[in-house]
Ligand binder design. Structure first.
Ligand code: NAD
Length: 485
């Protein structure tokens, strides 16, 4: 992360310091910019913007010989639809301002991709690398029981998911703690998403956000007018991509770009970065990092000591997929990418947005681009409430129908398809096929809805357009919900 960005995001509510840069105000600024293009009265807009419930809790956990006081949050930004939904982050940068900003982005994100939830977010202010798995489990279970005590979690109330520093393991601990405090609740597993498949998770959730990032950028790259404007050819193949953060979002996004024929020319991680204009072999780099403990020293690639400098190197597409504010007033002018796909939440400050928009860079905003996670979380929640795996009822039926159609066509034409073609035509959908298909459809549909809104607002950008679409949906929901007298 750039030094300036680190300084900007470092804030410590524990010591009473205010953040130098308010992420939440940044989101509000973007909201206000878009709100002028909507028809809603001031009060409704204020209500949409406000965080409905903010819960801060401190609890003790015995770590080794000592008792540590852990600071944690859960913010429910909007109750216009229930349950609320949003990830849980483990990071030393967690503070109230950050969680509020991330919760509000979740409201707009869910509205954009037509996921019927209000936005929420949670965070625990710890560096997970400093704790053993046993200690993390204790912290996670205690946090969950604090949420239960305040009625801040439940399939119809508020449903967390993984985010920075957490994954399927933590979600499994949350589900188990919740279920043990709600004996007999048949929907208990719907209290959290991103669980392992064996614990009620859905196939395809792990890679969902990265795959959504890929689908969203692929859709942009397929629009000829957009590529002509940027001086690029259509399609993903051959595009030079830099990814920041090789975690859940960044790694999977990079993998899908790589498999589609893009060149991954740069990777930035917290210990440094690598660059290779001919393209990096992603899986070999990941293996190398696992075995050596560092991204550096992988033969054939240029090592970059200052990780943030990788963001400024030549490429067509830059995917920041680590933390917020990494592109800011300090480095925005030096960014060479023509497309920025926000894998992370809030990686660009409003100042960076202005500088890059003025340069003609196409910024694909976080609230759309990383919505793959919540989209597939929605599918997981539906699976938990329906208690049946997707595809279980219809897979065999579809295969039988396809087989009969194929037999008839072969009989009528007197020609036979190859074994490979037969396999493809007959195949009934598995759970993962349906999840990928639902995700692809969501990302394509939302992309065009946002782009259409952008085309109707001359001189605007994709973030403003996305906010307009989201505000319109949430505003209508509030109007139709009615406001208490
Ligand atoms: P993660 O913890 O799996 O991965 C983050 C990666 O970033 C790690 O590999 C970490 O080492 C790296 N990193 C940390 N500091 C860095 C730095 N200064 N420079 C470069 N790399 C650095 O987290 P994630 O789940 O992939 O989340 C990343 C971002 O995506 C966050 O902003 C999160 O809110 C957002 N997001 C995640 C999901 C999801 O489903 N996980 C969904 C939507 C949005």
């Amino acid at each position: 992360m750039a030094d300036t960005a680190t300084a900007a995001t470092k804030s410590s509510p524990a010591t009473g310091n205010q953040p130098h840069y308010s992420f939440f105000h940044g989101v509000e600024r973007n909201f206000d910019k878009a709100a002028q293009f909507t028809r809603f009265e001031k009060g409704i807009l204020e209500q949409i913007k406000a965080c409905n419930s903010v819960y801060q809790v401190k609890f003790p956990v015995r770590i080794g010989e000592k008792v540590e006081v852990i600071e944690a949050y859960r913010v429910q930004h909007s109750h216009h639809k229930l349950p609320c939904k949003g990830g849980i982050r483990y990071s030393m940068d967690v503070n109230q301002d950050e969680v509020m900003a991330l919760a509000s982005l979740m409201t707009y994100k869910c509205a954009l991709v037509n996921v019927p939830f209000g936005g929420a977010k949670g965070g625990i202010r710890i560096n997970p690398k400093n704790y053993s798995a046993y200690e993390l489990e204790k912290i996670t279970r205690r946090y969950t029981s604090e949420l239960v005590k305040k009625n801040f979690i439940g399939a119809g109330i508020d449903v967390p998911a993984p985010d920075y520093g957490t994954g399927a393991r933590e979600m499994s601990w949350i589900a188990d703690t919740y279920a043990s405090l709600h004996p007999g609740d048949v929907n208990a597993l719907g209290c959290v998403t991103g669980k392992p498949v064996s614990q009620g998770g859905v196939r395809g959730r792990t890679e969902a956000t990265g795959l959504g990032v890929f689908f969203g950028i692929r859709e942009l790259c397929n629009v000829k007018e957009e590529m002509d404007r940027l001086g690029l050819s259509t399609g993903i193949e051959g595009k030079k991509v830099i990814v920041q953060g090789l975690g859940n979002v960044g790694y999977h996004a990079a993998k899908f770009f790589y498999n589609a024929g893009a060149l991954i020319v740069g990777i930035a991680e917290y210990e440094g970065g690598v660059y290779n204009e001919k393209g990096i072999d992603l899986e070999k780099l990941v293996e190398h990092r696992k075995s050596s403990g560092s991204i550096h020293g992988f033969a054939g690639n240029q090592d970059i000591t200052n990780s943030a400098a990788v963001l400024e190197m030549p490429c067509d597409i830059l995917i920041p997929a680590a933390l917020e504010n990494v592109v800011n007033a300090g480095n925005a002018a030096r960014i060479q990418a023509k497309i920025i796909g926000e894998g992370a939440n809030g990686p660009l400050t409003p100042e960076a947005d202005e500088i890059l928009n003025a340069k003609g860079v196409r910024i694909v905003p976080d609230m759309f681009l990383n919505a793959g996670g919540v989209t597939v979380s929605y599918f997981e929640w539906l699976k938990n409430l329906s208690h049946v795996r997707f595809g279980r009822m219809d897979k065999r039926f579809i295969e039988n129908v396809n087989s009969q159609i194929l037999t008839s066509v072969e009989g009528l034409t007197g020609k036979k398809v190859t074994d490979r073609e037969r396999q493809f035509i007959l195949h009934g959908p598995d759970e993962v096929d349906l999840v990928y298909s639902g995700l692809e459809d969501t990302m394509i549909g939302s992309f065009h809805e946002i782009r259409e809104s952008m085309m109707n607002l001359p001189g605007s950008d994709m973030r403003t357009a996305a906010f307009v679409v989201a505000i319109n949906k949430v505003g209508v929901a509030y109007e139709e919900l009615g406001i208490f007298p």
